[in-house]
Ligand binder design. Sequence first.
Ligand code: AKB
Length: 321
Amino acid sequence: MTAVLVTGALGQIGTELTRALRGRHGAGHVLATGYREAPPESSPLSDGLYERLDVTDHRAVNATFVEHDVDVVYHLAARLSVLSEADPQEAWAVNMGGLHNVLEAARTHGVGQVFWPSSIAAFGPETPSERTPQDTLMRPTTIYGVAKVAGELLCDYYCRHYGLDVRGVRYPGVISGATRPTGGTTDYAVEIFYAAIESGCYTCFVRADTVLPMIYMPDCIKAALDLMAADRPQLRHHNSFNVSAMSFSAGALAEEIAKHVPGFVCDFAPDHRQAIADSWPHSLDDSAARAEWGWKPRFGLPEMTTDMLATLRARQQAGRL
Ligand code: AKB
């Protein structure tokens, strides 16, 4: 019997969240699903159940819930911001259509809990950009952000109208050393580490003074698991908590890496992704998450940088970078 379903399990967050969930519940109780036929043989997910699942196909989503007796869902399948801008129609189908299919299946099959991540992309250029409040003006300008705001409202509706226990956080850019992100604006904050290790130089696609909120993967996973474990009556917001861990400019990140990688050189050649980055906040006020379910991150810029470089160097030495 499977109790926990993860969609988008082969993605940056999905890979590590699935591993954490399997550590807690046992590999046989966590079904990893993704758009690909199967995880690569080297994937850390090859130790447990995996099925192909297209979240835009509502019949397939329903069949998965029935067949595996799903009780808890972590719905991560999505196109990130840059890929979404390249094909807004497909992005809407996957990001909104997929969420709607999962919420409907959860409602009709009496699922206990759903986790769905929103993002800093839910905010827009008119949002206060320093210590962005939990409840504030949104008005994003990307299709990815529009789907995040609509998704937050849809989750609120399912929570209020059907009593479905849907929870989620607004993730900042996520930095991690196991699976590379694809198609996101904050990908530079991950690519820069690989480049530092592999070649000692990087050309960053946003300006040096671009400041964005970021979170390291262990804190990203902790946020999801802590929120899902919180007592429901304590939650006032449910599905769109700001979570903050660190905020830094691309230039400051390059300088921090250079402390560990002598001679590291970073150039800056902003492209079309700069406009997306400029529409997002610099830092978040996460006092609601701290007050309602005890959110507290462990990693700041120096700790994250040290850990990322150690992780990637270990992978490089093992020939698995
Ligand atoms: C992206 O850059 O698209 C994502 C996000 C901030 O949601 N990492």
